[in-house]
Design a protein. Structure first.
Lengths: 311, 217
Protein backbone atom coordinates (compact mmCIF):
# COMPACT_ATOMS: atom_id res chain seq x y z
CA UNK A 1 0.00 0.00 0.00
CA UNK A 2 1.20 3.46 -0.78
CA UNK A 3 1.12 5.61 2.29
CA UNK A 4 2.00 9.16 1.70
CA UNK A 5 2.49 11.70 4.43
CA UNK A 6 1.62 15.30 3.89
CA UNK A 7 4.30 17.86 3.50
CA UNK A 8 3.85 21.56 3.09
CA UNK A 9 6.42 21.50 0.36
CA UNK A 10 4.27 19.26 -1.81
CA UNK A 11 3.08 22.19 -3.85
CA UNK A 12 5.19 25.25 -4.30
CA UNK A 13 3.16 28.30 -3.44
CA UNK A 14 4.10 29.88 -6.74
CA UNK A 15 2.66 27.16 -8.86
CA UNK A 16 -0.29 28.98 -10.36
CA UNK A 17 -0.30 28.76 -14.09
CA UNK A 18 1.22 32.10 -14.95
CA UNK A 19 -0.08 33.93 -17.95
CA UNK A 20 3.41 33.97 -19.41
CA UNK A 21 3.27 30.21 -19.43
CA UNK A 22 0.15 30.26 -21.54
CA UNK A 23 1.63 32.75 -23.91
CA UNK A 24 4.81 30.72 -24.33
CA UNK A 25 2.83 27.59 -24.72
CA UNK A 26 0.53 29.17 -27.22
CA UNK A 27 3.49 30.34 -29.24
CA UNK A 28 4.79 26.82 -29.09
CA UNK A 29 1.43 25.56 -30.26
CA UNK A 30 1.59 27.94 -33.18
CA UNK A 31 5.08 26.75 -34.01
CA UNK A 32 4.11 23.13 -33.97
CA UNK A 33 0.90 23.24 -35.93
CA UNK A 34 -0.01 19.74 -36.87
CA UNK A 35 1.04 18.21 -33.61
CA UNK A 36 -2.06 17.25 -31.71
CA UNK A 37 -3.02 19.42 -28.76
CA UNK A 38 -2.89 16.41 -26.47
CA UNK A 39 0.66 15.66 -27.48
CA UNK A 40 1.56 19.28 -27.01
CA UNK A 41 0.08 19.31 -23.56
CA UNK A 42 2.27 16.50 -22.36
CA UNK A 43 4.49 18.36 -19.98
CA UNK A 44 7.83 17.32 -21.35
CA UNK A 45 7.08 19.03 -24.61
CA UNK A 46 10.07 21.19 -25.48
CA UNK A 47 10.73 22.82 -22.16
CA UNK A 48 7.22 24.07 -21.57
CA UNK A 49 7.19 26.00 -18.28
CA UNK A 50 4.68 23.49 -16.97
CA UNK A 51 7.27 20.75 -17.15
CA UNK A 52 8.98 22.14 -14.08
CA UNK A 53 5.93 21.38 -11.97
CA UNK A 54 5.73 17.67 -11.55
CA UNK A 55 2.41 17.76 -9.75
CA UNK A 56 0.58 19.91 -12.27
CA UNK A 57 0.32 17.51 -15.14
CA UNK A 58 -3.11 17.76 -16.74
CA UNK A 59 -5.50 14.96 -15.95
CA UNK A 60 -6.39 12.56 -18.72
CA UNK A 61 -9.33 13.04 -21.05
CA UNK A 62 -10.84 9.91 -19.51
CA UNK A 63 -10.58 11.28 -15.96
CA UNK A 64 -11.96 14.69 -16.87
CA UNK A 65 -14.92 13.30 -18.80
CA UNK A 66 -16.04 10.44 -16.52
CA UNK A 67 -15.96 12.11 -13.10
CA UNK A 68 -18.54 14.88 -13.26
CA UNK A 69 -21.13 16.58 -11.14
CA UNK A 70 -24.02 17.48 -13.43
CA UNK A 71 -27.06 16.54 -11.37
CA UNK A 72 -29.48 17.07 -14.24
CA UNK A 73 -27.96 13.88 -15.68
CA UNK A 74 -27.72 11.88 -12.45
CA UNK A 75 -26.14 12.05 -9.02
CA UNK A 76 -23.36 9.52 -9.48
CA UNK A 77 -20.06 10.84 -10.80
CA UNK A 78 -20.28 8.48 -13.76
CA UNK A 79 -23.91 9.31 -14.59
CA UNK A 80 -23.30 12.46 -16.67
CA UNK A 81 -20.87 10.63 -18.97
CA UNK A 82 -23.48 7.93 -19.46
CA UNK A 83 -26.56 10.13 -19.77
CA UNK A 84 -25.55 13.50 -21.16
CA UNK A 85 -25.56 12.31 -24.78
CA UNK A 86 -29.24 13.29 -24.83
CA UNK A 87 -28.30 16.96 -24.47
CA UNK A 88 -28.88 18.79 -27.74
CA UNK A 89 -26.21 21.47 -28.11
CA UNK A 90 -27.04 22.66 -31.65
CA UNK A 91 -28.62 25.04 -32.24
CA UNK A 92 -27.90 26.83 -28.97
CA UNK A 93 -29.09 30.24 -27.92
CA UNK A 94 -27.84 32.33 -25.02
CA UNK A 95 -30.24 34.94 -23.73
CA UNK A 96 -28.57 38.09 -22.43
CA UNK A 97 -30.82 40.34 -20.38
CA UNK A 98 -31.03 42.54 -17.31
CA UNK A 99 -29.14 45.79 -16.85
CA UNK A 100 -27.31 46.13 -20.15
CA UNK A 101 -27.49 48.02 -23.43
CA UNK A 102 -27.39 45.02 -25.72
CA UNK A 103 -29.84 42.43 -24.44
CA UNK A 104 -31.02 39.76 -26.82
CA UNK A 105 -30.97 36.14 -27.86
CA UNK A 106 -27.57 35.31 -29.25
CA UNK A 107 -26.72 32.30 -31.34
CA UNK A 108 -23.77 30.44 -29.86
CA UNK A 109 -21.63 31.09 -32.93
CA UNK A 110 -22.22 34.84 -32.70
CA UNK A 111 -21.35 34.69 -29.04
CA UNK A 112 -18.02 32.99 -29.61
CA UNK A 113 -16.90 34.33 -33.01
CA UNK A 114 -15.60 37.79 -32.03
CA UNK A 115 -13.28 36.35 -29.37
CA UNK A 116 -9.86 34.81 -29.67
CA UNK A 117 -9.93 31.22 -28.52
CA UNK A 118 -7.15 30.23 -26.12
CA UNK A 119 -6.00 27.06 -24.39
CA UNK A 120 -5.52 27.40 -20.65
CA UNK A 121 -4.52 24.83 -18.10
CA UNK A 122 -6.29 25.51 -14.81
CA UNK A 123 -6.56 23.74 -11.53
CA UNK A 124 -10.12 22.64 -10.83
CA UNK A 125 -11.08 22.21 -7.16
CA UNK A 126 -14.43 20.66 -6.32
CA UNK A 127 -16.12 21.62 -3.05
CA UNK A 128 -16.18 17.88 -2.33
CA UNK A 129 -12.39 18.07 -1.87
CA UNK A 130 -11.19 16.41 -5.04
CA UNK A 131 -9.29 18.23 -7.74
CA UNK A 132 -7.90 17.94 -11.24
CA UNK A 133 -5.77 19.93 -13.65
CA UNK A 134 -7.70 20.65 -16.83
CA UNK A 135 -6.64 22.03 -20.21
CA UNK A 136 -9.64 24.12 -21.16
CA UNK A 137 -10.21 25.91 -24.43
CA UNK A 138 -12.21 29.11 -24.34
CA UNK A 139 -12.11 32.88 -24.19
CA UNK A 140 -12.37 35.58 -21.54
CA UNK A 141 -15.82 35.95 -20.02
CA UNK A 142 -15.02 39.67 -19.99
CA UNK A 143 -15.30 39.69 -23.81
CA UNK A 144 -19.02 38.94 -23.90
CA UNK A 145 -19.70 41.11 -20.87
CA UNK A 146 -18.08 44.10 -22.57
CA UNK A 147 -20.03 43.47 -25.75
CA UNK A 148 -23.29 43.37 -23.77
CA UNK A 149 -22.45 46.82 -22.35
CA UNK A 150 -23.71 46.45 -18.79
CA UNK A 151 -25.17 49.55 -17.15
CA UNK A 152 -23.10 51.24 -14.43
CA UNK A 153 -25.72 50.02 -11.94
CA UNK A 154 -25.03 46.37 -12.83
CA UNK A 155 -23.00 44.81 -10.02
CA UNK A 156 -23.52 41.12 -10.67
CA UNK A 157 -24.01 38.72 -13.50
CA UNK A 158 -26.31 35.73 -13.04
CA UNK A 159 -26.19 32.57 -15.16
CA UNK A 160 -28.66 29.76 -15.73
CA UNK A 161 -28.12 26.26 -17.08
CA UNK A 162 -30.54 24.76 -19.56
CA UNK A 163 -33.40 22.94 -17.88
CA UNK A 164 -35.22 20.62 -20.21
CA UNK A 165 -36.70 17.51 -18.61
CA UNK A 166 -36.97 15.93 -22.05
CA UNK A 167 -33.20 16.01 -22.42
CA UNK A 168 -32.33 15.58 -18.76
CA UNK A 169 -33.34 12.30 -17.15
CA UNK A 170 -33.10 13.25 -13.49
CA UNK A 171 -36.68 14.38 -13.09
CA UNK A 172 -36.78 12.56 -9.78
CA UNK A 173 -34.71 15.35 -8.23
CA UNK A 174 -36.76 18.17 -9.56
CA UNK A 175 -38.56 18.92 -6.31
CA UNK A 176 -35.36 18.80 -4.31
CA UNK A 177 -33.28 21.17 -6.36
CA UNK A 178 -34.97 24.15 -7.90
CA UNK A 179 -34.02 23.76 -11.53
CA UNK A 180 -32.72 25.41 -13.59
CA UNK A 181 -29.32 25.43 -11.98
CA UNK A 182 -28.29 29.02 -11.26
CA UNK A 183 -25.00 30.65 -10.49
CA UNK A 184 -23.66 34.16 -10.29
CA UNK A 185 -20.54 36.25 -10.00
CA UNK A 186 -19.78 39.74 -8.91
CA UNK A 187 -19.12 41.74 -12.07
CA UNK A 188 -15.47 42.39 -11.20
CA UNK A 189 -14.97 38.65 -10.65
CA UNK A 190 -16.60 37.87 -13.97
CA UNK A 191 -14.46 40.51 -15.74
CA UNK A 192 -11.23 39.14 -14.30
CA UNK A 193 -8.88 37.85 -17.02
CA UNK A 194 -8.77 34.40 -15.40
CA UNK A 195 -12.55 33.96 -15.79
CA UNK A 196 -13.35 32.05 -18.94
CA UNK A 197 -16.20 30.98 -21.09
CA UNK A 198 -15.19 27.49 -22.15
CA UNK A 199 -16.27 25.58 -25.23
CA UNK A 200 -13.42 23.10 -25.53
CA UNK A 201 -11.27 20.61 -23.70
CA UNK A 202 -7.86 19.32 -24.76
CA UNK A 203 -8.27 21.31 -27.96
CA UNK A 204 -11.42 19.41 -28.83
CA UNK A 205 -15.09 20.21 -28.56
CA UNK A 206 -16.33 20.29 -24.95
CA UNK A 207 -18.13 17.01 -24.11
CA UNK A 208 -21.74 17.32 -22.96
CA UNK A 209 -21.01 16.03 -19.45
CA UNK A 210 -18.47 18.83 -19.01
CA UNK A 211 -21.05 21.50 -19.81
CA UNK A 212 -21.29 21.74 -23.58
CA UNK A 213 -21.65 23.84 -25.57
CA UNK A 214 -20.62 26.71 -23.32
CA UNK A 215 -19.73 26.94 -19.64
CA UNK A 216 -18.06 29.28 -17.19
CA UNK A 217 -14.69 28.48 -15.60
CA UNK A 218 -13.68 30.50 -12.54
CA UNK A 219 -10.59 28.62 -11.37
CA UNK A 220 -10.23 30.17 -7.91
CA UNK A 221 -13.73 29.14 -6.85
CA UNK A 222 -15.18 25.73 -6.05
CA UNK A 223 -16.25 23.87 -9.16
CA UNK A 224 -19.99 24.33 -8.70
CA UNK A 225 -19.56 28.07 -9.34
CA UNK A 226 -18.36 27.23 -12.85
CA UNK A 227 -21.83 26.77 -14.28
CA UNK A 228 -22.39 24.46 -17.25
CA UNK A 229 -24.44 24.55 -20.43
CA UNK A 230 -25.39 28.21 -20.10
CA UNK A 231 -28.59 29.50 -21.69
CA UNK A 232 -28.92 32.79 -19.89
CA UNK A 233 -26.82 35.69 -18.60
CA UNK A 234 -28.55 38.40 -16.59
CA UNK A 235 -26.98 41.60 -15.28
CA UNK A 236 -28.33 42.58 -11.88
CA UNK A 237 -27.80 45.17 -9.21
CA UNK A 238 -28.50 42.79 -6.32
CA UNK A 239 -26.63 39.59 -5.53
CA UNK A 240 -28.50 36.93 -7.52
CA UNK A 241 -29.76 33.75 -5.84
CA UNK A 242 -27.60 30.73 -6.64
CA UNK A 243 -28.65 27.09 -6.53
CA UNK A 244 -26.51 25.60 -3.76
CA UNK A 245 -26.49 28.70 -1.58
CA UNK A 246 -30.30 28.67 -1.74
CA UNK A 247 -30.53 24.92 -1.21
CA UNK A 248 -28.20 24.75 1.81
CA UNK A 249 -27.31 28.30 2.90
CA UNK A 250 -25.29 27.10 5.90
CA UNK A 251 -22.97 25.08 3.68
CA UNK A 252 -22.55 27.04 0.46
CA UNK A 253 -22.12 30.78 0.09
CA UNK A 254 -22.38 33.11 -2.87
CA UNK A 255 -18.60 33.57 -3.10
CA UNK A 256 -17.45 29.97 -2.58
CA UNK A 257 -13.81 30.87 -3.03
CA UNK A 258 -11.42 27.98 -2.53
CA UNK A 259 -10.16 28.53 0.99
CA UNK A 260 -8.34 25.93 3.10
CA UNK A 261 -9.13 27.94 6.25
CA UNK A 262 -12.90 27.86 5.84
CA UNK A 263 -14.16 24.33 6.39
CA UNK A 264 -17.31 23.05 4.86
CA UNK A 265 -19.51 22.25 7.88
CA UNK A 266 -19.26 18.57 7.02
CA UNK A 267 -15.66 18.24 5.94
CA UNK A 268 -12.32 20.00 6.00
CA UNK A 269 -11.21 22.02 3.00
CA UNK A 270 -7.57 22.08 4.15
CA UNK A 271 -6.54 19.31 1.78
CA UNK A 272 -7.80 17.75 -1.40
CA UNK A 273 -7.55 14.53 -3.35
CA UNK A 274 -5.78 15.32 -6.59
CA UNK A 275 -6.92 12.76 -9.10
CA UNK A 276 -3.78 11.06 -10.34
CA UNK A 277 -3.95 7.88 -12.36
CA UNK A 278 -0.30 7.08 -11.66
CA UNK A 279 -1.13 6.45 -8.00
CA UNK A 280 -2.19 3.03 -6.81
CA UNK A 281 -5.48 4.36 -5.45
CA UNK A 282 -5.95 6.89 -8.26
CA UNK A 283 -5.37 10.03 -6.20
CA UNK A 284 -2.99 11.74 -3.85
CA UNK A 285 -3.66 14.05 -0.90
CA UNK A 286 -2.30 17.53 -1.33
CA UNK A 287 -2.73 20.76 0.58
CA UNK A 288 -5.42 23.06 -0.75
CA UNK A 289 -4.12 26.49 -1.71
CA UNK A 290 -5.83 29.76 -0.85
CA UNK A 291 -7.92 30.81 -3.86
CA UNK A 292 -6.81 27.54 -5.45
CA UNK A 293 -3.34 28.96 -5.95
CA UNK A 294 -4.51 32.02 -7.87
CA UNK A 295 -4.21 34.41 -4.91
CA UNK A 296 -1.58 36.58 -6.60
CA UNK A 297 -4.06 37.32 -9.37
CA UNK A 298 -7.38 37.56 -7.56
CA UNK A 299 -6.85 38.17 -3.82
CA UNK A 300 -7.24 41.92 -4.39
CA UNK A 301 -10.88 41.34 -5.32
CA UNK A 302 -11.59 40.42 -1.71
CA UNK A 303 -9.51 42.98 0.11
CA UNK A 304 -11.12 44.02 3.36
CA UNK A 305 -13.75 41.28 3.19
CA UNK A 306 -14.19 38.83 6.04
CA UNK A 307 -13.86 35.58 4.09
CA UNK A 308 -15.11 33.55 7.06
CA UNK A 309 -18.35 35.46 6.75
CA UNK A 310 -18.49 35.75 2.95
CA UNK A 311 -17.62 32.12 2.30
CA UNK B 1 -39.76 -14.84 2.62
CA UNK B 2 -39.85 -16.96 5.73
CA UNK B 3 -42.21 -19.89 6.08
CA UNK B 4 -45.08 -18.96 8.37
CA UNK B 5 -45.03 -20.62 11.78
CA UNK B 6 -48.24 -22.59 11.27
CA UNK B 7 -46.62 -24.60 8.52
CA UNK B 8 -43.27 -24.87 10.18
CA UNK B 9 -44.44 -26.16 13.53
CA UNK B 10 -45.92 -29.62 12.99
CA UNK B 11 -42.89 -31.85 13.29
CA UNK B 12 -44.11 -34.44 10.80
CA UNK B 13 -44.18 -32.01 7.91
CA UNK B 14 -40.78 -30.60 8.53
CA UNK B 15 -37.88 -31.58 6.30
CA UNK B 16 -35.75 -34.51 7.33
CA UNK B 17 -32.95 -32.22 8.37
CA UNK B 18 -34.45 -29.33 10.30
CA UNK B 19 -31.21 -27.40 10.09
CA UNK B 20 -30.96 -27.37 6.33
CA UNK B 21 -32.79 -24.09 5.95
CA UNK B 22 -30.42 -22.45 8.40
CA UNK B 23 -27.49 -23.92 6.51
CA UNK B 24 -28.84 -22.45 3.29
CA UNK B 25 -29.37 -19.11 4.98
CA UNK B 26 -25.87 -19.16 6.44
CA UNK B 27 -24.39 -19.92 3.03
CA UNK B 28 -26.36 -17.05 1.53
CA UNK B 29 -25.09 -14.73 4.29
CA UNK B 30 -21.48 -15.73 3.72
CA UNK B 31 -21.84 -15.12 -0.02
CA UNK B 32 -23.57 -11.78 0.52
CA UNK B 33 -21.08 -10.81 3.18
CA UNK B 34 -18.00 -11.50 1.09
CA UNK B 35 -19.59 -10.55 -2.23
CA UNK B 36 -19.00 -6.79 -1.94
CA UNK B 37 -15.31 -7.35 -1.15
CA UNK B 38 -14.95 -9.59 -4.20
CA UNK B 39 -16.84 -7.07 -6.35
CA UNK B 40 -14.70 -4.18 -5.13
CA UNK B 41 -11.44 -6.11 -5.57
CA UNK B 42 -12.27 -7.17 -9.12
CA UNK B 43 -13.57 -3.67 -9.93
CA UNK B 44 -10.48 -2.04 -8.48
CA UNK B 45 -8.10 -4.04 -10.65
CA UNK B 46 -10.28 -3.76 -13.74
CA UNK B 47 -10.55 -0.01 -13.16
CA UNK B 48 -14.34 0.06 -13.09
CA UNK B 49 -14.75 1.75 -9.70
CA UNK B 50 -14.57 5.22 -11.21
CA UNK B 51 -11.93 7.89 -11.19
CA UNK B 52 -11.81 7.93 -7.39
CA UNK B 53 -12.05 4.25 -6.43
CA UNK B 54 -11.62 5.09 -2.74
CA UNK B 55 -14.89 7.02 -2.79
CA UNK B 56 -16.65 4.00 -4.29
CA UNK B 57 -15.09 1.67 -1.71
CA UNK B 58 -16.18 3.89 1.18
CA UNK B 59 -19.69 4.28 -0.24
CA UNK B 60 -20.25 0.59 -0.99
CA UNK B 61 -18.82 -0.56 2.35
CA UNK B 62 -20.89 1.98 4.25
CA UNK B 63 -24.05 0.75 2.57
CA UNK B 64 -23.28 -2.90 3.33
CA UNK B 65 -22.52 -2.07 6.94
CA UNK B 66 -26.01 -0.64 7.30
CA UNK B 67 -27.60 -3.54 5.41
CA UNK B 68 -25.98 -6.04 7.79
CA UNK B 69 -26.72 -3.99 10.89
CA UNK B 70 -30.38 -3.76 9.96
CA UNK B 71 -30.46 -7.44 9.02
CA UNK B 72 -28.97 -8.29 12.43
CA UNK B 73 -31.62 -6.27 14.18
CA UNK B 74 -34.33 -7.84 12.03
CA UNK B 75 -33.59 -11.34 13.33
CA UNK B 76 -35.53 -11.09 16.58
CA UNK B 77 -38.55 -9.33 15.02
CA UNK B 78 -38.64 -12.02 12.32
CA UNK B 79 -38.44 -14.68 14.97
CA UNK B 80 -41.28 -13.10 16.96
CA UNK B 81 -43.50 -12.50 13.96
CA UNK B 82 -42.98 -15.88 12.31
CA UNK B 83 -42.19 -18.13 15.23
CA UNK B 84 -39.16 -19.42 13.33
CA UNK B 85 -36.92 -19.77 16.36
CA UNK B 86 -33.91 -21.22 14.63
CA UNK B 87 -33.37 -17.99 12.72
CA UNK B 88 -31.59 -16.73 15.83
CA UNK B 89 -28.65 -18.92 14.80
CA UNK B 90 -27.66 -16.48 12.04
CA UNK B 91 -27.69 -13.36 14.17
CA UNK B 92 -24.07 -13.49 15.26
CA UNK B 93 -22.89 -14.06 11.69
CA UNK B 94 -24.92 -11.08 10.46
CA UNK B 95 -23.61 -8.90 13.26
CA UNK B 96 -20.01 -9.88 12.63
CA UNK B 97 -20.39 -9.10 8.93
CA UNK B 98 -21.79 -5.68 9.88
CA UNK B 99 -18.70 -5.11 12.02
CA UNK B 100 -16.43 -6.39 9.26
CA UNK B 101 -17.85 -4.00 6.65
CA UNK B 102 -17.77 -1.13 9.16
CA UNK B 103 -14.05 -1.80 9.66
CA UNK B 104 -13.35 -1.87 5.91
CA UNK B 105 -15.40 1.32 5.52
CA UNK B 106 -13.43 3.05 8.27
CA UNK B 107 -10.03 1.78 7.09
CA UNK B 108 -10.75 2.95 3.54
CA UNK B 109 -11.54 6.39 4.93
CA UNK B 110 -8.66 6.58 7.40
CA UNK B 111 -6.04 4.76 5.39
CA UNK B 112 -6.71 5.52 1.73
CA UNK B 113 -8.77 8.72 1.80
CA UNK B 114 -6.96 10.44 4.66
CA UNK B 115 -3.66 8.55 4.25
CA UNK B 116 -3.60 7.98 8.05
CA UNK B 117 -3.21 11.69 8.76
CA UNK B 118 -4.18 11.29 12.39
CA UNK B 119 -4.55 15.03 12.98
CA UNK B 120 -7.12 15.40 10.23
CA UNK B 121 -8.93 12.24 11.27
CA UNK B 122 -9.22 13.46 14.87
CA UNK B 123 -10.44 16.83 13.60
CA UNK B 124 -13.05 15.08 11.48
CA UNK B 125 -14.22 12.90 14.35
CA UNK B 126 -14.52 15.84 16.73
CA UNK B 127 -15.81 18.58 14.44
CA UNK B 128 -17.93 16.97 11.76
CA UNK B 129 -21.14 15.66 13.16
CA UNK B 130 -21.65 12.99 10.51
CA UNK B 131 -18.19 11.58 11.17
CA UNK B 132 -18.72 11.85 14.93
CA UNK B 133 -21.90 9.80 14.56
CA UNK B 134 -20.29 7.26 12.25
CA UNK B 135 -17.25 6.86 14.43
CA UNK B 136 -19.39 6.42 17.55
CA UNK B 137 -21.42 3.78 15.72
CA UNK B 138 -18.21 1.89 14.90
CA UNK B 139 -16.80 2.18 18.43
CA UNK B 140 -20.05 0.81 19.87
CA UNK B 141 -19.76 -2.24 17.64
CA UNK B 142 -16.33 -3.18 19.03
CA UNK B 143 -17.50 -4.53 22.43
CA UNK B 144 -20.39 -6.27 20.70
CA UNK B 145 -18.08 -8.06 18.29
CA UNK B 146 -15.66 -8.97 21.09
CA UNK B 147 -18.39 -10.41 23.30
CA UNK B 148 -20.11 -12.31 20.51
CA UNK B 149 -18.40 -15.59 21.39
CA UNK B 150 -20.07 -18.40 23.34
CA UNK B 151 -17.61 -17.92 26.17
CA UNK B 152 -18.53 -14.26 26.62
CA UNK B 153 -22.24 -15.00 26.35
CA UNK B 154 -21.87 -17.46 29.22
CA UNK B 155 -19.62 -15.19 31.25
CA UNK B 156 -21.86 -12.14 30.96
CA UNK B 157 -25.13 -13.99 31.51
CA UNK B 158 -28.05 -11.62 31.72
CA UNK B 159 -25.82 -8.62 31.22
CA UNK B 160 -24.97 -9.86 27.71
CA UNK B 161 -28.46 -9.04 26.42
CA UNK B 162 -28.35 -5.61 27.98
CA UNK B 163 -24.97 -4.92 26.46
CA UNK B 164 -26.07 -6.06 23.04
CA UNK B 165 -28.99 -3.66 23.00
CA UNK B 166 -26.27 -1.18 22.05
CA UNK B 167 -26.68 -2.57 18.54
CA UNK B 168 -29.82 -0.43 18.24
CA UNK B 169 -27.89 2.67 19.26
CA UNK B 170 -25.07 1.84 16.87
CA UNK B 171 -27.45 1.29 13.96
CA UNK B 172 -29.30 4.52 14.74
CA UNK B 173 -26.03 6.44 14.76
CA UNK B 174 -25.05 4.73 11.52
CA UNK B 175 -28.27 5.82 9.84
CA UNK B 176 -27.81 9.36 11.18
CA UNK B 177 -24.26 9.32 9.79
CA UNK B 178 -25.70 8.33 6.38
CA UNK B 179 -28.43 10.99 6.52
CA UNK B 180 -26.04 13.77 7.48
CA UNK B 181 -23.56 12.78 4.80
CA UNK B 182 -25.78 12.96 1.71
CA UNK B 183 -26.23 16.21 -0.12
CA UNK B 184 -29.41 15.95 -2.14
CA UNK B 185 -30.50 12.34 -2.12
CA UNK B 186 -32.09 11.64 1.27
CA UNK B 187 -34.27 8.81 -0.05
CA UNK B 188 -32.16 5.85 1.11
CA UNK B 189 -31.23 7.33 4.50
CA UNK B 190 -34.93 7.78 5.14
CA UNK B 191 -35.70 4.22 4.03
CA UNK B 192 -33.04 2.97 6.45
CA UNK B 193 -34.42 5.13 9.27
CA UNK B 194 -37.99 3.92 8.72
CA UNK B 195 -36.87 0.27 8.57
CA UNK B 196 -35.00 0.67 11.83
CA UNK B 197 -37.99 2.39 13.42
CA UNK B 198 -40.22 -0.46 12.22
CA UNK B 199 -37.95 -3.11 13.72
CA UNK B 200 -37.75 -1.25 16.99
CA UNK B 201 -41.55 -0.93 17.11
CA UNK B 202 -41.97 -4.68 16.65
CA UNK B 203 -39.59 -5.38 19.50
CA UNK B 204 -41.32 -2.90 21.79
CA UNK B 205 -44.72 -4.29 20.90
CA UNK B 206 -43.69 -7.82 21.89
CA UNK B 207 -42.06 -6.56 25.04
CA UNK B 208 -45.26 -4.81 26.11
CA UNK B 209 -47.46 -7.75 25.22
CA UNK B 210 -45.55 -10.30 27.28
CA UNK B 211 -43.08 -8.62 29.58
CA UNK B 212 -42.57 -11.68 31.80
CA UNK B 213 -42.04 -14.03 28.91
CA UNK B 214 -39.48 -11.72 27.38
CA UNK B 215 -37.74 -11.34 30.71
CA UNK B 216 -37.57 -15.09 31.24
CA UNK B 217 -36.25 -15.83 27.82
Amino acid sequence: MIIRTRRNSDIPSSEITPESAFINRRRFLGASAGIGAAAFLSRDAAGSPLSTRQDEEPNTWEEITTHNNFYEFGLDKKDPSRNAHTLVTRPWTVKVDGLCNKPGDYQLEDFIKPSTIEDRVYRFRCVEAWSMVIPWRGFPLADVIRRAEPHPSAKYVAFATLWDPEQMPERRWKPRIGWPYREGLRLDEAMHPLSLLVNGLYGKELPNQNGAPLRVIVPWKYGFKSIKSIVRMTFTEEEPPTTWATQTPGEYGFYSNVNPDVSHPRWSQATEKRIDGSRFFGSRRIDTLFLNGYADEVAHLYEGMDLQKYF
Amino acid sequence: MVTPPTRAKPASRRPANPGHRILLLKTAIWLTGLGPIAWLTVGFFRGTLGVLPVDTIILVEGRWTLVFLIATLAVTPIRRLTGWNRVIQVRRLLGLFAFFHACVHFLAYAGIDQVFAIGYIIEDVLDRRYITAGFAALVLLVPLAVTSTKGWIRRLGKRWRKLHRLAYLSASLGVLHFYWKVRADTFWPLVAALTLAGLFTVRLAYRKRSPKKTARK
